[in-house]
Unconditional design. Sequence first.
Length: 361
Amino acid sequence: MTVENTAPSVLKTKPHFNILDGLRGIAALAVVIFHFMEWVFPDYNQNFIGHGFLAVDFFFCLSGFVIGYAYDNRMPQMGLKNFFALRLIRLHPLVVLGTVLGVAGFLLDPFSNAYTSYNTGRVLLLFMSSIMLIPMPAMEDRGFNLFGLNAPSWSLFWEYIANIIYAFILCRIKRSLLIIITISAAILLCYVSYRSGNLLGGWSGETFWDGGTRLAYSFSAGILIYRSNWIIKNNIGFIGLTVLLSLAFIMPGTSFNWLTELLVVLFYFPLIVSLGAGAALNPKMKNICVFSGNISYPLYMTHYAAIWIFGNYYTGFKPSMDKLPFIIIPGIFFLVAFAWLVMKFYDIPVRKYLKKKFVDS
C-alpha cells in the first residue's frame, strides 16, 4: 500500500491497496474486450471472453471493500455532506464526459444514420437523463439500454444507490446484521441467475432489478470482507492474481452458466478481493498497478461510443475474421491511451478543482 496524503485531516486519502487498484484496471480492460467481441460472437458461449461482463460484479465487490475501508471509521467526523460531495466528485465528471462522448458518437457515427429517427428534443431528453443518471430505456435500436448514449452508466446508477444506502444504513449497522443482508442478497442472486440462465442482466429496462440484485450481494460482500478482516496474506503477486481474475472471464460457456457464474460471483470474486488485499507487491510492478488503477474508471466510462461505431462498421461491412485483429487490437490500445489522456487532462484536474471548492477541509 502507498499513502497519497499524510495531511492531518479526517478527509485525507487513506493508503491504497495497489494490487486491488491494478486488478480494477484488468477488469475494465476485460469489459472493453468483451464489448468488442460480443459483436463478433453474439452467442456468449462461442466468445473466448464470454463472461467478461462479470467484471461488473467484481467492481461492485471491490467497491464495497474500498468504501468500507475508506469511510467506515470516518463517517461520524466527515458527515453526510462531505461524503456525498466526495463520491459525486469522484464519479460524476466521467459520467458527464461519457455521455458527451456517447451523444457525439451517436450523431457523428460514419457507419450509421440511426440518429435520423430521433428529433432534437428526444436526443436532448436522452442526454439530460444520462447526465443526471436517470434510467431511460427508450432506444429500441440499442436494446433498450437504461442509458442508451453510454451503456456502462447502468452500473454507475447502482453504484450511486449503494453509496446512498451505505451512508444512511450500512455504515451504521453491526456486522451480524450485515451478514444477514449479504446472505439474503445471495439467495436472491441465486434466484435471478437460475431464472435468467446467467448473470448478464441489469443493463436494460427489462432486466433493471437484476442489476440491483447483483449490486446488493457483491457490494455488501465487499464491506463484509473488510469488516471481518478476511485479508489473506500471500505471495501470489499482481501477475498471479491477474491470471486468476482473468480465468473468470474466459471460462468456457455451458448450459450451466447460471451456476458457474453464480459460483464465481458468490465465492471466487470475494476470494480474489481477499487475496488482492493481502498480496505482497513486487516493487517492479507498482507503477503498472498504479497506471492500471488510474485508467480503470476513465476506460470503463469512455469506451462505449467507440464500441457502437465498431459495431455498426462490423454489421455493415462484415470484415473477415483475419482482418479483425488489425482493427480490434489497435482499437483497444487507442482506448487505453485515450483513457490516460482523459485521466490526466480532464478527470484529475476537474476533481481537484471541485474538491477544493465544495469539500470542507
